[in-house]
Design a protein around this ligand. Structure first.
Ligand SMILES: O=c1ccn([C@@H]2O[C@H](COP(=O)(O)OP(=O)(O)O[C@H]3O[C@H](CO)[C@@H](O)[C@H](O)[C@H]3O)[C@@H](O)[C@H]2O)c(=O)[nH]1
Length: 442
C-alpha cells in the first residue's frame, strides 16, 4: 500500500529502480489495511518494528534466488535487523537515518547506555553527546521508555538499535552547515569511521507537490488565496503524521489563532477525530464555529496538506511545528520562522538544536499532553507574523547553508559522491574479502 508513494521517484528513474513488493506482514495490534505509521497512532511503532522484521524470510528467498543480488543494503533505522541479514548474506548494511545527527547521537547514546531512570530531578544526562544535553525521563523516546527486559518485542527493538550502531555506515538526512559537531561526533564515536554521509536536506524538488500523498484541499484555490496575502504574513500550523492532539489542545490553538489576528493554514488529520480521548469536549463543535468565523482569514484543511508547497509560498513566513525532522528541513529550505512545540520521539532533541543551540526558533509549548495558554500563543503568533526582514536573518542563513550543501561542490553532494565511490569499491572487491560480523575473514 506504500508503493504509490514511490511513484514520483519511479517515474523519474524508470529503468534504474525496480520495486520488489513484499506483502505487509500481519501483526497483532495493526489493523488490516494499515501499512504506514501515518495511519496509525504513535504507539504503533512498538508493533510495526517487529512486524517489519518478519520481512526477513521473504527478502532472504528473493536474495538467494537472484542471479545478481545486491552487495549493499540501505535501510531505515527502524529496520536494524537488516544488519544481521546483511552479515548472513555477506554484504554491507548502511543505516538510513531520517532523523538528524544530534537526534541520532542522543538515540544511540540512549540505547548504548540504557539509563533506567533520571537523576533526583528526573533528568537523564547525555554526557557522551556534544554539549551534554539532558532531558527529563518523559521526554525520552517512547520506544525506548517502553523497553521491558526479556520481552521479545522489546529485545528485538533493542537489538535493532545495537545493530544500527554495528552497521557498516550511516546516511544522515542532514548537512554540515546545520549540525557539523554531531555529524563529526557520529564519525568519532562509532565504528563508522568516515562512513557517515550527511547527504541532506532530502526534500522534494520544486514542482513536486504531493509528498506523502494527495492533498485534501483544492490546491489552486489555496494558492489563489495565498497569492492575495502579503509576504511572510501567513502562519502554517502542522504537527506531522504522528502527533494526536486532544480537544483541549485543538481549542487552545484555535483560540490562539483567532486572538492573534494572523492569517493561517492549519491541517487537522482525519483520524484525530476517531482517537478523541474520553472526556474531551466535542472537537467538531469547536472547529465548525471557528471555521465559520475564520472564513477568508484562514484555511483549515481536513486531512493531508501539501505542506512543502505551502511552506515555499512567499506569503508563508511562520511555521508552528512539532519539530519532526522532515518538517524542520522543509521549514529551513523555505526560510520560515520555526515555532517549536515538540511532542515526542526525537522532537525534543530537534527543539534543543533549533532553540537552544542555533537560536533560530522559539519554544512555544512542550509535550503531547500540555495545553498552551491561548493568549500567550496568540502573542507569539502575532509577533512572528509581523517580524521584519532583519529578524529572519538567522533562518535565511541556514537556508543558504542548506542550498550550499546541495550545490554541485557542496558538502552533501560531495558526501553522496563519496558514498557512491565506496559502493563502487565494494562492487569491484570479491566477496571473499568481506569481513563478517564475527570479524572472521570468510
Ligand atoms: O498534512 C500533512 C502532514 C505532513 N506532511 C508531510 O509529512 C512529513 C512529516 O514528517 P515529520 O515532520 O518528520 O514528522 P512526523 O511525521 O512526526 O515524523 C516522524 O519521523 C521523523 C523523521 O524520523 C521524526 O523526526 C519525527 O519525530 C517522527 O514523528 C513532512 O514531510 C510533511 O511535509 C504533509 O505533507 N502533509
Amino acid at each position: 500500500m506504500n508503493l504509490p508513494l514511490l511513484s514520483p521517484l519511479l517515474t523519474l528513474f524508470p529503468s534504474n529502480i525496480t520495486p520488489l513488493v513484499l506483502p505487509f506482514p500481519s501483526a497483532p495490534g495493526i489493523p488490516a489495511g494499515k501499512e504506514n505509521t501515518k495511519d496509525l497512532p504513535p504507539a504503533s511503532f512498538r508493533q510495526i518494528i517487529p512486524a517489519l522484521a518478519r520481512l526477513r524470510d521473504p527478502l532472504g528467498h528473493w536474495f538467494e534466488s537472484h542471479p545478481s543480488p545486491p552487495f549493499a543494503i540501505i535501510s531505515d533505522m527502524f529496520l536494524g535487523w537488516t544488519h544481521r541479514f546483511a552479515v548472513d548474506m555477506k554484504v554491507k548494511r548502511v543505516v538510513f537515518s531520517p532523523s538528524g545527527g544530534m537526534a541520532l547521537s542522543v538515540i544511540y547514546s540512549l540505547w548504548k547506555n540504557m539509563p533506567k531512570g533520571g537523576d533526583q530531578n528526573g533528568d537523564v544526562l547525555f554526557e557522551d553527546v556534544p554539549n551534554c544535553p539532558k532531558y527529563p525521563w518523559w521526554q525520552l523516546s517512547p520506544v525506548y521508555r517502553s523497553y521491558v527486559e526479556g520481552d521479545p518485542d522489546s529485545e528485538l527493538i533493542k537489538d535493532g538499535f545495537w545493530d544500527n550502531m554495528a552497521s557498516w555506515g550511516v546516511l544522515v538526512n542532514s548537512f554540515d552547515g546545520l549540525e557539523r559537531v554531531y555529524l563529526d561526533h557520529l564519525r568519532g564515536s562509532m565504528d563508522y569511521d568516515d562512513r557517515v554521509w550527511d547527504v541532506g536536506p532530502l526534500v522534494p524538488a520544486t514542482g513536486y507537490n504531493d509528498r506523502g500523498g494527495a492533498s485534501s484541499i483544492e490546491v489552486d484555490k489555496m494558492l489563489a488565496w495565498l497569492d492575495t496575502c502579503r509576504d511572510n504574513e501567513v502562519v502554517y500550523v502542522s504537527f506531522g503524521t504522528q502527533a494526536i492532539l486532544t480537544s483541549q489542545q485543538i481549542e487552545a490553538i484555535a483560540e490562539g489563532l483567532e486572538r492573534s489576528g494572523v492569517r493561517f493554514i492549519w491541517p487537522i488529520r482525519d483520524h484525530v477525530t476517531a482517537n478523541q480521548m474520553e472526556g474531551d469536549r466535542d472537537r467538531e463543535t469547536v472547529m465548525t464555529g471557528f471555521e465559520d468565523r475564520m472564513t477568508g482569514r484562514g484555511i483549515v484543511i481536513r486531512g493531508w496538506a501539501p505542506q512543502v508547497l505551502i511552506l515555499r509560498h512567499r506569503a508563508v513566513g511562520t511555521f508552528l511545528t512539532h519539530c519532526g525532522w522532515n518538517s524542520i528541513l522543509e521549514g529551513i529550505m523555505a526560510s520560515v520562522m520555526l515555532l517549536a512545540w515538540p511532542f515526542g520521539a526525537d522532537q525534543f532533541s530537534n527543539a534543543t538544536l533549533l532553540v537552544d543551540y542555533l537560536k533560530v526558533s522559539v519554544r512555544v509549548c512542550e509535550g503531547s499532553n500540555t495545553v498552551p495558554n491561548p493568549c500567550d500563543l496568540a502573542q507569539i503568533l502575532a509577533n512572528s507574523a509581523n517580524q521584519d526582514e532583519a529578524s529572519r536573518q538567522k533562518i535565511i542563513k541556514l537556508q543558504s547553508n542548506a542550498l550550499e550543501a546541495l550545490s554541485e561542490t557542496g558538502s552533501s553532494s560531495k558526501a553522496l559522491s563519496r558514498f557512491v565511490n565506496k559502493l563502487c569499491e565494494l562492487k569491484t572487491r570479491p566477496k571473499s574479502h568481506i569481513i563478517s560480523h564475527n570479524n572472521l575473514v570468510e
